[in-house]
Design a protein around this ligand. Structure first.
Ligand code: SF4
Length: 328
């Protein structure tokens, strides 16, 4: 329920992540703070390249080889996942937290049929304690739940024999087989037809609600994020710049970046700016000091160029990282 503070399931504190590249070090995450309550649905929005996927991958510790976690904590049920050993991490990945990626093919093995891949995940998640008939029954039920027609045919198909929408439904079924607590959905509809996108997001909303699963949904479909989530975090260039109830964030955005993001978002009327927020995300090799948004912000003052603003609590339970709201 929006506005109500739920018991924390996951807390990200001061997370800093860099990437080593040929030219130097990209300082991408700049101290991310994010909290997910039990059964709570969180939206994470911002332009491409703002660090949303890096944040999700940090939770499962599946960052690419050139990434390094410089600082921070990711507390999951009180355990710091950044310092947990492989045994604990594998247990969490198999049974508690699952991630759905933009491209369903990234999660599916092209050389195995859906049946084999789904059976493996169900078996692993149950620590091998299920009989074959039980695994089969769960697999059928999951594919029915994600509303796939002709389950028998899907089971016997290789991923390439299915449409994009069907593949993403299979991936959702797999994620549900292992996510007992938290689902990380990283733009799960980006590569799908517009008509299918809405169906998939609604399906995710239904299924996670029924299971009382916590969710972090990364999506550019701001209208769906508003409908589907309790609270939203807005991310800009590796910083959380605003957080609050989803309805409030989109109806009454406070941070200048959120205001531009909402103003330029695609609307049903077609009355939107296809070029998005004017300007570009800064270069992470040499990010601007102070507020990272100051190079694009119409309200920037001297202090914005020098000091990073703190997160400031404002009315309505919202928090915003902007000097305009600092009481001097
Ligand atoms: Fe703009 Fe300054 Fe606020 Fe940053 S801190 S968003 S530059 S007004």
């Amino acid at each position: 329920m929006a506005g109500e503070k739920k018991e924390a399931l996951l807390e990200i504190r001061d997370l800093k992540v860099n990437y080593k590249v040929y030219k130097g070090t990209l300082k991408v995450l700049n101290g991310v703070e994010l909290r997910v309550g039990k059964g709570e649905r969180i939206g994470l929005v911002g332009e491409s390249g703002s660090g949303k996927t890096t944040t999700l991958k940090s939770i499962l510790r599946i960052l690419p080889y050139n990434a390094s976690i410089e600082d921070g904590r990711i507390l999951y049920k009180g355990i710091d996942l950044l310092r947990a050993d492989e045994r604990v991490l594998n247990e969490v990945r198999r049974r508690e937290i699952a991630m759905i990626f933009q491209d369903p093919m990234a999660a599916l093995n092209p050389v195995f049929k859906v049946r084999d891949q789904l059976y493996d995940i169900i078996k692993e998640s149950a620590r091998g304690k299920l009989a074959k008939e039980e695994i089969e029954e769960i697999a059928y039920r999951l594919l029915k739940e994600v509303r796939l027609p002709d389950v028998e045919r899907v089971m016997d198909s290789y991923p390439f024999q299915l449409s994009g929408g069907m593949r993403q439904r299979v991936v959702i079924a797999m994620a549900l087989a292992s996510a007992r607590e938290l689902l990380l959905a990283d733009e799960p509809t980006t590569n799908l037809d517009v008509t299918i996108q809405d169906q998939i997001l609604r399906l995710l909303a239904d299924l996670t609600m029924k299971r009382n699963l916590s969710v972090i949904l990364v999506s550019h479909a701001l209208g769906m994020v508003r409908k589907m989530t309790d609270r939203t975090y807005v991310m800009y260039a590796g910083d959380i710049v605003e957080e609050g109830d989803s309805g409030e964030i989109f109806e009454n955005p406070l941070h200048p970046y959120t205001q531009l993001l909402v103003e330029t978002a695609p609307k049903l009327t077609g009355n939107w700016n296809p070029r998005g927020v004017p300007g570009r995300i800064p270069d992470y090799l040499n990010p601007p000091p102070g507020c990272r948004f100051h190079t694009r912000c119409p309200f920037a003052e001297q202090i914005c160029r020098e000091k990073k603003p703190p997160m400031i609590a404002v009315e309505g339970g919202k928090r915003v990282r902007c000097w305009l709201y600092y009481k001097r």
